[in-house]
Design a protein around this ligand. Structure first.
Ligand code: THU
Length: 159
């Protein structure tokens, strides 16, 4: 029997078309992006997690001369949330970036390692995480769950 995975997402031509209450989330992600430490790639990434109590947890990429020692923005935000607020759930994760590494119109798409970490956050909290991917040109992809980014990911379901 064949089964189809249904890939569901929404696209907006600009993040400003998001509901007004989500604008602050994007703005916080941009603010976080400015503090990225990315002297090697010159590609700055910002992540903002909106938690279930309305607070925000920010992350940005942190690079290192010993290249594998750096870490992506998404993981900084999610690991910070896990380390400091283990009982809070992530409602929405917004990711933004700037730099010449890719054209402005190209979809900003989290790396495989970050998808795996995002999936585990979702499984752990037993609640889907809404994901907002904001391209450099403002176009925005909206996903209802990390499953949309990593179907059939490795991991266990916590019950
Ligand atoms: N980067 C992120 O922070 N998030 C991603 O999803 C992909 C890439 C960072 C890693 C590195 O510091 C820079 O962007 C260039 O790859």
């Amino acid at each position: 029997m064949k089964e189809r995975f249904e890939f569901n997402y929404d696209l907006l031509s600009n993040w400003k078309e998001l509901p007004i209450e989500e604008h602050v989330l994007v703005e916080q992600a941009y603010a976080a992006m400015e503090n990225a430490y990315a002297p090697y790639s010159e590609f700055k990434v910002g992540a903002c997690a909106k938690m279930d109590d309305g607070s925000f947890v920010l992350g940005n990429n942190q690079e290192n001369a010993a290249f594998p020692s750096g870490i992506c923005a998404e993981r900084v935000a999610l690991f910070y949330a896990g380390a400091n607020f283990p009982n809070k759930k992530v409602i929405t994760l917004c990711i933004v970036a700037k730099g010449d590494l890719m054209p402005a119109s190209q979809l900003l798409s989290p790396c495989g390692g970050c998808r795996q970490v995002m999936l585990e956050s979702e499984n752990r909290q037993k609640q889907p995480i809404r994901v907002l991917l904001v391209n450099q040109d403002g176009r925005t992809m909206i996903l209802d769950s990390v499953i949309q980014l990593l179907p059939f990911g490795f991991g266990r379901i916590f019950d």
